[in-house]
Design a protein around this ligand. Sequence first.
Ligand code: GLA
Length: 397
Amino acid sequence: MTLRADTNADVPRRVSAAFRAEFPGDAPRVFFAPGRVNLIGAHLDYSGGDVLPLAVDLGVYVAARLRDDGVFRLRSLDQPERVDVVLSGLGDVREPGHGWAAFPLGVAREFARVTGFADGADLFFGGDLPMASGMSSSAAIAVATAVALDACTGSGLERLAIARLAHRAETGYVQVECGIMDQFASALARAGHALLLHCADESFEHVAIHGSGFEVLVMDTKKPRTLAESAFNARVWECREAHAVLRERVRELPWLAQYTAADLERAGDGLTSVLRDRATHVVEEMARVAAAVRLLDAGDVDGFGALVHQSHRSTATRYAVSCAELDVITDLACAQTATFGARLTGAGFGGCAIALVEPGASESVVAPVREGFLARFGVEPGFRVLNAGPGPRELEG
Ligand code: GLA
């Protein structure tokens, strides 16, 4: 069994060949942006909390060439929609018929707004991330588009500006209520490091992961995240509501994640039991992230892993974004002695979980997890050991 199969090499070649067949002319330039898993800090970004994502060595590739007529032609190896539009003719929000192409179009609009760019581009996408499974394929598409437009136009935007631009495209044009974690994790990644991102003020630091005494095993439940968007938005609104109660009843702080357990006490029955559960997750998860970073720094992988598993339990119980498949796969993984901890990654509701495993021991974890999961759900999960990969880049021609 190969858990580290190198599928990457083939995708950029296929993207480039598909581009040439579809758009004859000069050779395109090819760019990559990574997806991410989140080690800890679940659903904290939109509440102004701290998160610890890790860019992975899987992601999205785009072959790109500028045009001079304001037209965007968008294609993907994996998606059916083929979209040709005049950028200046688009409205302020995505058109349903554009499907996945809303992400690059949203980025192109933001890029035009920031840089004054008025030309067009031919873009052909492909990737090796499982789509819509909690590893941020959409942020990788957005960041790859921004990096390609930036390089092809010679605009020289900073990576931080690219991260912000990609995030605005998603919350604005695409109309997703997401926080900043995914776009920042992709755009600002450094190989061998996780990104400790303080979402309240967008400051960040890179935390060394290489040599930390664990490897990251991704476990794909294959459970589609059908209700993910509406359930995700519901959590965002619940957190806003809890924040409003705390501001009114207890004290005025800019973000929900900045309140304490004592503040929640003081709010009394102002918080319904559901809002109290959500806010308690946020406040406790903040403390877990801080403790987790200290343990990582001290080389205490057992302690770090235990917090990662507590994070999962809290997202399942107080935050209610897990599902039977994610609970079972994380429990099965944690039952193996080589596993330090496991949790869902991304929004939840299906898709992938991660397990932190002793280096080189993933195969021994995979066998019983696969067997147990198959017996319970009749579905063969996917497994892959991932590395903390570098950020976006252009591939050699
Ligand atoms: C999704 C969102 C992120 C973040 C996570 C949950 O991936 O896009 O902004 O909220 O869920 O941690």
